[in-house]
Design a protein. Structure first.
Length: 157
């Protein structure tokens, strides 16, 4: 049976290493006990600490932070493997895994629904490249008017 050990709150794995500074991309094959972090793609990944083999993906700027401290990983906030059969829930602090009770299927479904709704709200707030360009062009025109600079293309005679 997978999931947190019977002695909940005690670390199951002695330590989890981190490859946070050296990983450009998350590898397809993950190693047990390693927390991967790609700053370029703002992602983190690890195999579930319970040993079930489930690949846990972390959206770093949106929800999680991965810190390397002398080669040991700290991930905040807690990791909830809601889409895994184990439904594990744990913290990783300086490589130690602190377990919390697994979520029920009903709890996992509700939490996942809330996360999806939050992501959808955040995506609506984000502007497209074209919206960003138009807004900044408008700001540039306002500044040009205040400063008395010519606006638009210069015309040569």
């Amino acid at each position: 049976m997978h999931g947190p050990p019977a002695n909940v709150g005690q670390p199951r794995q002695a330590s989890l290493e981190t490859a946070s500074d050296g990983v450009d991309r998350i590898p397809k094959q993950l190693e047990n006990g390693v927390v991967y972090h790609s700053a370029e793609f703002e992602l983190g990944a690890l195999l579930c600490a319970c040993g079930c083999g489930h690949k846990v993906m972390l959206l770093v700027p949106d929800g999680h932070q991965v810190i390397a401290d002398n080669g040991l990983a700290t991930v905040t906030p807690s990791i909830s493997a809601l889409d895994a059969p184990c439904k594990s829930h744990y913290f990783i602090t300086r490589g130690d895994v602190d377990w919390f009770p697994a979520f029920s299927a009903v709890q996992a479904k509700a939490i996942m629904r809330q996360q999806i709704e939050r992501h959808a709200r955040n995506d609506i707030k984000r502007r497209t490249w074209w919206q960003w360009t138009r807004q900044n062009a408008a700001k540039s025109n306002q500044l040009a008017k205040v400063m008395g600079w010519p606006i638009g293309r210069s015309r040569r005679k």
